[in-house]
Design a protein around this ligand. Structure first.
Ligand code: ADP
Ligand code: MG
Length: 390
């Protein structure tokens, strides 16, 4: 799902990219060949006549500032991207042809390499595949923020061979996020939700140490409730993680759990609010009204905010209020804010709040790993390139 539909501006973002080589740091580009790694992994669907069509081209449009810059400098651009999860090179469903066509329609006269994931060397980070990619190229640009957490050949390989730089999208993402990463204005409020505690427990541990308030909602709250000895009815509980949740509760005084929960009855789909004990026959699917109020108050008092993961099953209108309340509270404040995660971005879009909630990251896993580990393999490769100036 796209992270909103706002057009991406052409001007360069400001500060926050210390040590990261940017487009301006590349050597003279006129007449030189530039390999550009983009994330053009757009949603596709097959029409009844068999033709594959792009259903949302946001990711393609988001790369235009970088492509326009390179063309203005007179360079000869080769674009590389992955697309879907093909079963080998014969899988024509994931050919980049529709993406190349869309780039042409958007005025970008560039060469587009076939789907990187057609080659097993991409995910395996094979040195031979890296050599194939950089052969005859003069420079490398990485603007594929969404895959910068992957040690794939096209992400971490080329900076070892070519003068390299981050593109505009990566620059913009990092300018927004480095504030929260390195010196978040206090109080730093982190809101984490989503379905599974297993996906995010190490992120919670890492952020719990840095945040002044760690507000936990969504399906993952129920494993914490279970760890505290509450009944959880039919809510999703990850029993193998009970011990880790208990340890986190003991170690992390900033962690705030919901006070109440909106649950659905198994028998007749009635929705009702409970405290932290959910009876049998009921499944908790959203935070309750009291929790909405507490979370919104914390957000309005925040000096900076990071939000990842919906507070409930927002895809069902009846259980979207918690997520909507958080998104609206974010829209009402004017402090550094970052929203990460594909479903969270989709929720913001559904509520019509894109452009009002701060920086909505285009990276799901990449954003989470950046906040968990403080860096990404793709960023490190650019910073450490022996050929880059900055
Ligand atoms: P993101 O993509 O923003 O990182 P996740 O993928 O972690 O978010 O989680 C999103 C999913 O979590 C949504 O599909 C939502 O329906 C689900 N979810 C949220 N709360 C609950 C809940 N209480 N029970 C079950 N699923 C939930
Ligand atoms: Mg998700």
């Amino acid at each position: 799902m796209s992270a909103g539909s706002a057009e991406v501006a052409d001007e360069a973002p400001t500060a926050g990219n210390k040590g990261l080589p940017l487009l301006e740091d590349l050597p003279e580009l006129a007449g030189r060949r530039v390999l550009v790694r983009l994330d053009l992994n757009v949603p596709l669907f097959e029409r009844p006549d068999g033709e594959t069509v792009i259903s949302d081209d946001f990711r393609i449009r988001a790369t235009l500032p970088t492509l326009r810059y390179l063309r203005m400098q007179g360079s000869d651009v080769t674009v590389a991207t992955h697309l879907g999860r093909p079963d080998g090179p014969g899988d024509r469903r994931y050919s980049v042809a529709p993406v190349a066509e869309r780039l042409r329609e958007l005025g970008q006269d560039v060469r587009v390499l076939e789907n990187l994931r057609y080659s097993p060397g991409e995910a395996a980070n094979s040195p031979e595949f890296v050599k194939d990619l950089v052969r005859d190229q003069d420079c490398y640009v990485d603007d594929a923020f969404g895959v910068m957490h992957r040690r794939h050949a096209s992400v971490v390989g080329p900076p070892g061979f070519l003068p390299s730089a981050a593109g505009r999208l990566v620059e913009r993402e990092m300018a927004a996020m480095s504030v929260l990463l390195h010196h978040p204005p206090r109080p730093f409020v982190v809101v984490i939700g989503g379905a599974k505690v297993a996906d995010k427990i190490s992120l919670l541990r890492s952020l719990g140490a840095r945040a002044d308030k760690l507000l936990v909602g969504g399906g993952m709250a129920f494993t914490f409730f279970a760890a505290l000895g509450h009944t959880t009815g039919g809510s999703i509980v990850d029993l193998p993680r009970l011990g880790e949740c208990r340890a986190l509760l003991a170690d992390c005084p900033s962690l705030v759990l919901p006070m109440d929960v909106l649950a659905e009855s198994d028998s007749d789909s009635e929705a009702r609010t409970f405290g932290r004990d959910i009876p049998d026959g009921w499944r908790g699917l959203d935070i309750g009204p009291e929790t909405r109020e507490i979370f919104c108050e914390e957000i309005s008092a925040a000096g900076s905010i990071l939000w990842n993961g919906p507070m409930g099953v927002f895809e069902d209108d009846r259980f979207a209020e918690g997520t909507r309340a958080v998104a609206s509270a974010l829209a009402r404040v004017n402090v550094p804010r970052v929203v990460g995660g594909g479903d969270s971005a989709a929720a913001v879009d559904t509520f019509g709040l894109s452009g009002q909630v701060g920086h909505v990251s285009t990276g799901g896993g990449a954003t989470l790993e950046l906040f968990e580990f403080g860096d990404l393999p793709g960023l490190a490769a650019l910073r450490e390139s022996p050929f880059s100036r900055h």
